[in-house]
Design a protein around this ligand. Structure first.
Ligand code: FAD
Length: 354
């Protein structure tokens, strides 16, 4: 029995989920399974009808937490065993082109999976079609919300507006959430947002001439270079989504083809034949880098201190698997609450300093 803001109780709520991305479409399934009446509103058109739609990063790494969430809505097998590409280790690329692997979990051989973002989103939305208590509304952009009254106003592409009310409103409309914007109008609601100095840009390593992978596929490839880096995740069509993260001023400095190629020659020389010079130049100058909000990145993997720490962590983990779970393993391969992962790390740090 759910308790409403007005004090009344209701077993079946009329719930509006704003945003049909990964979180909104998954949340809609969980709420539907509990028997609630769910209305899912999405700004874009139905992604199932536009499989090539390019949104943010076209693939993503799925860990045990994501798998667990998918399992409960019956999609784990499809996403992991039929679609996902296992990535068992990081493959580090040095500037001289040599590589070495750092396994994610040398003790129990767990791995993360590269999955198509749009594919995952489409499967979640398709699954929701099976529930009579889920109504989906595409091309509905939230433009106004009164959270106290539980009312929402959406605008359709033809500018027609739609007003609805709900017992519960869930904002799953991404980093620049309109739901959050309306929360900010409430008295005593504090909010802070921080852009980091890094932006990111996506490039692509295509499949080889035989339609196969140009690099060993079961790795997350990383080119760590101090305060910037490049990563590549394998796609199901044997191409790679390559993401270059670096400060905006670096992007700005690379303002012509010559500078771009010299930069890649200095820092990522082995990637040039894989990306293809022409494709690299075309992709780089086709768009501008995207911003990242409050995400922190650190290039730790190349530091000797990181590798020493990892070796010590892995050894104690092997010796005492139920007692000492390293931070990366607890975040990626357990469903332990994040607060507990952080607590563990603190006492492990204290222990190591004695
Ligand atoms: C470069 C990059 C790489 C990443 N890689 C990974 C990774 O490997 N693994 C991982 O787990 N996570 C990764 N993430 C994080 C992941 O993308 C987010 O955690 C995830 O997308 C959040 O999902 P969401 O549904 O909350 O938001 P989104 O995916 O942004 O979805 C929001 C939805 O709301 C809709 N919407 C927006 N405004 C409105 C409105 N006004 N009205 C109605 N609908 C609206 C949008 O159209 C969209 O469909 C990455 C993020 C970035 C930027």
């Amino acid at each position: 029995m759910a308790q409403l803001q007005n004090g009344k109780s209701k077993s079946q709520l009329n719930i509006a989920v704003v945003g049909g991305g990964l979180v909104g479409s998954l949340e809609a399934l969980y709420l539907a399974k509990r028997g609630h009446q769910v209305h899912l509103y999405e700004y874009r058109e139905d992604i199932q009808k536009t499989p090539q739609a390019r949104g943010r990063s076209i693939n993503l790494a799925l860990s045990l937490r994501g798998r667990t969430a998918l399992k409960d809505v019956g999609l784990e097998d499809l996403m992991i065993n039929q679609h996902g590409i296992p990535m068992r280790a990081r493959m580090i690329h040095r500037t001289d082109g040599s590589t070495y692997a750092i396994p994610y979990d040398s003790r129990t051989n767990q791995c993360i999976y590269s999955v198509g973002r749009n594919y995952l989103n489409a499967q979640l939305l398709r699954e929701s079609e099976k529930y009579e208590n889920v109504q989906r509304y595409f091309n509905h952009k939230l433009v106004e919300a009164n959270l106290r009254k539980g009312s929402l106003t959406f605008q359709k592409p033809d500018k027609e507006t739609v007003h609805v009310t709900a017992d519960l409103i869930l904002g799953a409309d991404g980093a620049f959430s309109a739901v959050r914007r309306s929360m900010m109008k409430q008295p005593l609601f504090d909010y802070s947002q921080k852009y980091i100095e890094h932006g990111y840009m996506e490039l692509c390593i295509p499949a080889d001439n035989n339609g196969g992978f140009q690099m060993p596929p079961n790795y997350l490839h990383i080119w760590p270079r101090g305060n910037f880096m490049m990563i590549a995740l394998p796609n199901q069509d044997c191409s790679w989504t390559v993401t270059l993260f670096m400060p905006f001023y670096h992007f700005k400095n690379l303002d012509n083809e010559e500078k771009l190629l010299a930069f890649f020659q200095e820092y990522f020389p082995d990637s040039i034949p894989l990306l293809g010079k022409e494709n690299l130049v075309a992709d780089f100058f086709a768009g501008s880098p995207s911003a990242l909000v409050a995400v922190k990145m650190r290039d730790l993997v190349t530091r000797p201190s990181y590798r020493l720490r990892k070796a010590v962590d892995d050894f104690i983990f092997w010796l005492l698997p139920d007692f000492w779970v390293p931070l990366y393993n607890s975040v990626t391969f357990t469903t332990m609450p994040y607060s507990q992962c952080v607590k563990n790390r603190k006492w492990q740090d204290r222990g190591r300093n004695y």
